[in-house]
Design a binder for this molecule. Structure first.
Ligand SMILES: [Zn+2]
Length: 127
């Protein structure tokens, strides 16, 4: 069933706004040495990973990344409301933690992912 969107959720984050938020969080998280392309309003079909709100494809050796964030009307019915900035911070933290992920230890990877999400929430709440 389709969820009714709030005005905030319906607001489409434009590219300029998205780039501004990217710059702000790149600086704050000390990730300015990464070349990052942001793709707001991505369609679910554009995602490599299914049922994700955001995803970050990166090349660790060249420090380049593409971050896709789902368009709000493709978000569906979830416990947490759509939050563009929180999703962006979560994806940027994947770059910060990239050397601890894909460790070959499933428990560690899941734990790091949980930490990433908790830290993203904490950063956004402290705004
Ligand atoms: Zn994630």
């Amino acid at each position: 069933m389709e969820k009714k969107l709030t005005p905030e959720e319906r607001k489409v984050i434009d590219k300029k706004q998205a780039r501004k938020l990217l710059k702000k969080w790149q600086k704050r998280l000390r990730l300015t040495d990464w070349d990052i392309v942001i793709r707001p309003n991505s369609m679910p079909d554009n995602f490599v990973l299914q049922s994700c709100v955001g995803e970050c494809e990166f090349q660790e050796v060249s420090k380049t990344a593409v971050i896709r964030i789902l368009r709000p009307d493709g978000y569906g019915d979830r416990v947490m409301p759509f939050n563009f900035e929180k999703t962006l911070v979560h994806e940027l933290l994947h770059l910060k933690f990239n050397l601890l992920e894909r460790s070959g230890n499933d428990f560690q990877d899941r734990y790091v992912h949980q930490l990433i999400d908790e830290l993203a929430k904490a950063f956004i709440e402290s705004e």
